[in-house]
Write a protein that binds this ligand. Structure first.
Ligand code: 13P
Length: 310
């Protein structure tokens, strides 16, 4: 179990707690998760009446709320607004389990965002240019996407890495562009079939995380999506054991680089997620939601996937 350090510090300030109480559970949690001397020093002082409040708040922050994100890729004309309306109508039934995000093609962001206003689905984008404006024919800036209504921007999807030769340095710049515009960055990583066959999966993922995630990444501004390239659009998925191992590995790297924020960052799984396998995949440790391609185009499937969240 991990506790966000900033959150603990904030609670202490807020409640004017003189010390962490000598409660074994709280002590254990803090010892496991908080390494900062600033917080650590409180440990041996006297207890306070705010113990229960702290415990309550920490319990509330333990679970990472799942996110089910739909990536419509290069699919969707104005007529598909009706499908999005069906998602909006069904969202109330599933948002007890997960947050919902739909990333349509750029041409539909404004229309979707207008319809989603006041509803329980957020709208996002699939890519952005690293610059805010300029002579870049055909490109779209993060600022433009946010202006149209996008709250999150996918960057580094394997289809962009493959189709457009995008490397980690560019992906990192795009993530920073998303932040500059005020959007959350969803950074995709994943190994190809060949890399997997050569036993390079963990090295590839480490390299992509090191290179694609900017310094300053936090649980609030960045989401990691693990999408094995060989599982995208193929109907194939890794086993639950493989997903657990890889998401655990990603969590370790995030926590070692971003500390408490890394412990709280969402790690989505993507690649052939559908209603029939969602519950099993979403139950895996350190899977904090899904990035869904094909099955996100149909409201019934997309909502059924969200219902699969524990
Ligand atoms: P599929 O769900 O169609 O396999 O696509 C996954 C994906 O690439 C989402 O970004």
């Amino acid at each position: 179990m991990q506790i966000p350090q900033k959150r603990v510090t904030k609670l202490i300030d807020h409640h004017k707690v003189a010390a962490f109480p000598p409660q074994p559970r709280l002590k254990r949690l803090l010892e496991a998760a908080v390494k900062s001397p600033e917080v650590w020093n409180w440990r041996d002082s006297s207890a306070s009446a705010c113990t229960n409040l702290i415990l309550l708040d920490i319990d509330m922050t333990d679970a990472i709320r799942p996110l089910i994100a739909g990536n419509w890729k290069m699919n969707g004309l104005k007529a598909q607004v009706a499908e999005f309306d069906a998602m909006l109508n069904g969202a109330a039934d599933v948002t007890g389990r997960a947050d919902l995000l739909v990333c349509p093609p750029a041409t539909l962001i404004a229309a979707f965002a207008d319809r989603a206003r006041g509803k329980k689905v957020t709208v996002g984008a699939q890519d952005c240019h690293p610059k805010a404006s300029g002579a870049h024919t055909g490109d779209v800036a993060a600022e433009m996407l946010v202006d149209a209504g996008a709250a999150a921007i996918i960057v580094g999807h394997s289809e962009r890495r493959a189709d457009h030769g995008e490397g980690d340095a560019l992906v990192r710049q795009k993530a920073e562009a998303a932040w500059r515009a005020g959007a959350t960055a969803i950074v995709c990583i994943g190994e190809t079939q060949g890399q997997r066959d050569d036993g390079q999966t963990l090295d590839v993922l480490r390299g992509q995380l090191d290179g694609s995630l900017p310094d300053g990444s936090s649980a609030a501004n960045l989401i990691v999506a693990y999408e094995p390239v060989w599982a995208i659009g193929t109907g194939l998925t890794p086993t639950s054991q493989d997903v657990e191992q890889i998401h655990g590995f990603i969590r370790e790297l995030l926590t070692s680089r971003f500390r408490a924020d890394g412990a709280r960052m969402r790690i989505l799984y993507g690649g052939s997620v559908k209603p029939s396998n969602a519950a099993e995949l979403m139950a895996v440790k350190n899977v904090n939601g899904a990035l869904v391609g094909g099955a996100s185009l149909k409201a019934a499937d997309f909502l059924a996937i969200a219902k699969g969240c524990p």
